[in-house]
Each structure stands twice: as structure tokens, then as C-alpha cells.
Design a binder for this molecule. Structure first.
Ligand code: GRF
Length: 216
């Protein structure tokens, strides 16, 4: 069985979308994969409760209880490694991971970023997209490296920015596509359809097309 560990910090809607897809498509039986644990750096994260509701192990590791980023990461590494994951999924995990963590999982950590990378790295992406006046915005799933929002791109979903949008309406539109894109990307990775080679995401055309979503 391929084991997926999900890291979150908050509401966990991307985790739920992936888990619901896994249940609907019966990943355990069809591709031999399942989410084995959800870990949050914030004890109050709603996603933890949601994970328990699915019978998934939910663990909180409060980063505020550690004096340094390194000390937190060391403990997080130990915890994640204890599940022997095939894939580590950052689903709204709001801590930067350094080389000390990511070097242990080359090509095995995915993140979702709410913008079309390499534009709008970092925070407040929706407001920044509106302020910049872009017509197309969206979301990106990428491999995680120590460079912030900088690893190889796996898939993207493009949504329009409408004149009537504020950051909330735009965030809602993007989120719906995050859920679809992330579920597909996680599945393709555990199916072995995407390889991490020379810091690139390598896949065939069919897989690439399935990971390019265009909203009309
Ligand atoms: C998403 O917008 C994701 O792109 C960003 O944080 C948000 C997490 O939302 N990194 P949720 O916790 O999955 O609902």
C-alpha cells in the first residue's frame, strides 16, 4: 500500500477533497494508496477533526512549542518518517520547510500554491493578482524544494479574474480548482505517472493534459 501523509495548518478543504476523491475512486483497491495520517502545526486546525471523522490518524505538532525552526523541523521529520510515506502532501501547510527536511524526501513532497507560478509566490496571492490587473489567475501543484514556491511545476489550473471580483470571490473560484487539480496530481504521483528527474517533473502528454485545467 502506498502511504500518503498530509500536512495542514487550517481548515483542510484540500485534504478533504483528496480524501473524498480517494474514497469515491476507491484508491485503496484500484491503485493501492491511502492517506495514513494528517499532521498540523496548529492544534486548533479544523482539518484535524475532519481527519478523525474519516478514521485517519490526526496529529498536532505545535510549532510554537519549539524554540527554533530547526528544532520543530527535526521533530516533524521524525514524525513524518514514522509513517514511512511514499508521498508527503502539503495542503495549506503554512510553515516554510528548509533543506534539512526536504532533502529526506526528494521528489516526494507536493505543495499547492494559490497562484500561477512563477507569478505571485508567497502570501496574499489573490489580492496581488487583482492589484496587478492580470486577467488569468489560478493555482499550481509543484514539487517542494527549499526554494519558496520554487520547485518543478506538476500541474496548473487557470481561472479568469473578473472585473467584479474581490479577493474572496477570486479565492473561492480558485479553491474549487485547487481541489480538482490537487486530487488529480496526488493520484498521478502515487500511480507513478510523474517522476522527479533533474529537478523537473517528467510525465507523458496525457498526464500533462489531465493536469492542465482551464476554466471558461
Ligand atoms: C489553499 O488556498 C492553498 O492553496 C493554500 O492554503 C489554502 C489552504 O486551504 N496553500 P485548505 O486548508 O486546504 O482549505
Amino acid at each position: 500500500m502506498k502511504k500518503i501523509v498530509v500536512l495542514i495548518s487550517g481548515r483542510g478543504s484540500n485534504f478533504v477533497a483528496i480524501q473524498e476523491t480517494a474514497l469515491r475512486e476507491q484508491w485503496e483497491e484500484t491503485i493501492g494508496a491511502k492517506i495514513v495520517a494528517v499532521i498540523s502545526n496548529r492544534p486548533e486546525a479544523k482539518g484535524l477533526e475532519l481527519a478523525r471523522g474519516y478514521g485517519i490518524e490526526a496529529v498536532s505538532l505545535d510549532h510554537k512549542l519549539f524554540e527554533t525552526r530547526e528544532a520543530f523541523e527535526e521533530k516533524l521529520l521524525e514524525l513524518v518518517q514514522s509513517y514511512e510515506p511514499d508521498l508527503v502532501v502539503l495542503a495549506g501547510f503554512m510553515r516554510i520547510l528548509t533543506e534539512g527536511f526536504v532533502k529526506h524526501f526528494p521528489g516526494k513532497i507536493l505543495n499547492i500554491h494559490p497562484a500561477l507560478l512563477p507569478s505571485f509566490k508567497g502570501l496574499d496571492t489573490h489580492q496581488r493578482a487583482i492589484d496587478a490587473g492580470v486577467r488569468a489567475h489560478g493555482t499550481t501543484v509543484h514539487f517542494v524544494t527549499a526554494a519558496l514556491d520554487g520547485g518543478a511545476i506538476i500541474g496548473q489550473a487557470v481561472v479568469p479574474v473578473l472585473p467584479s471580483d474581490d479577493e474572496h470571490t477570486l479565492a473561492d473560484r480558485v479553491l474549487g480548482y485547487e481541489h480538482q487539480l490537487f486530487s488529480r496530481a496526488v493520484k498521478a504521483c502515487v500511480e507513478g505517472k510523474i517522476q522527479y528527474v533533474n529537478e523537473r517533473a517528467v510525465m507523458d502528454d496525457e498526464t500533462a493534459l489531465s493536469l492542465t485545467l482551464l476554466a471558461h
